[in-house]
Design a protein around this ligand. Structure first.
Ligand code: MD6
Ligand code: FE
Length: 218
């Protein structure tokens, strides 16, 4: 008699999506098959546009290391948060969005019920132990009808997922290598963040976590 277990040993059976709220879902392991290729490509993108610690409008340096690829890159400086077609460190365009990055983002959005997602911005975040991202809303995009697709790589992190009000209680959602969060519709402007990264060692990234956030910027 076949034995059916909740977490199958068969990797061809995808784990079930985990809804966070209407419009927001975790797709466990959706990016695992291309995880190593994503990390290799991030390393070469970072040769063209190195990771940097941007300055907040309030004058503090962000603990998350950031770079971008795609037509638009998210930047922060004393003037505010915005999208720029040029890397302010080099005055050159950001590296192109690799085709397989785009394919992953579009198929994940479709799996979550958002068809026709064509991101034109990819923010690449790098976390070292202790690095955190405080609760924020993603609201620098021109069009909130497009979802956001976020891919976690390397060390696991605790994702905080609140509500429209900053003071709303936040769910704590562990995100592991390959997990993808898709996020839109009624949840598009929900507050969220990352708890300080715990020390660890991942076979592909050592002591680091990377995150790709795909957006339709403008
Ligand atoms: C991170 N993610 O996981 C930061 N934003 O490193 C985000 O800020 C984020 O995961 C919007 C939608 C999904 C996200
Ligand atoms: Fe965000």
């Amino acid at each position: 008699m076949p034995l059916f277990i909740e977490s199958p040993a068969h990797p061809d059976v995808p784990p079930a999506p985990r809804p966070l709220a209407p419009g927001a879902v975790v797709l466990p392991g959706f990016g695992t098959a291309v995880g190593e290729a994503l990390l290799d490509t991030i390393a070469s993108l970072a040769v063209q546009a190195p990771f940097r610690h941007m300055c907040t409008p309030g004058g503090r340096q962000m603990s998350v290391g950031m770079t971008n690829c795609g037509q638009w890159g998210w930047i922060s400086d004393r003037q505010g948060y915005r999208y720029s077609a040029l890397d302010p460190d080099s005055d050159r365009p950001w590296p192109e969005l690799p085709a397989f990055f785009l394919a992953l983002a579009t198929t994940a959005a479709t799996a979550a019920g958002f068809t026709g997602f064509t991101p034109n911005a990819c923010l690449i975040n790098r976390y070292a132990p202790g690095t955190q991202l405080s609760l924020h809303q993603d609201k620098d995009e021109r069009d909130f009808t497009a979802p956001i697709v976020s891919v976690s790589l390397g060390l696991s992190a605790m994702f905080l997922f609140g509500g429209t009000r900053r003071a709303a209680p936040a769910q704590r959602v562990p995100l592991a290598h390959g997990d993808v969060v898709v996020w839109g519709g009624p949840a598009r402007l929900f507050h969220h963040g990352i708890s300080p990264l715990a020390k660890g060692c991942h076979p592909l990234t050592g002591g680091l976590r990377f995150n790709l956030t795909f957006r339709r910027a403008g």
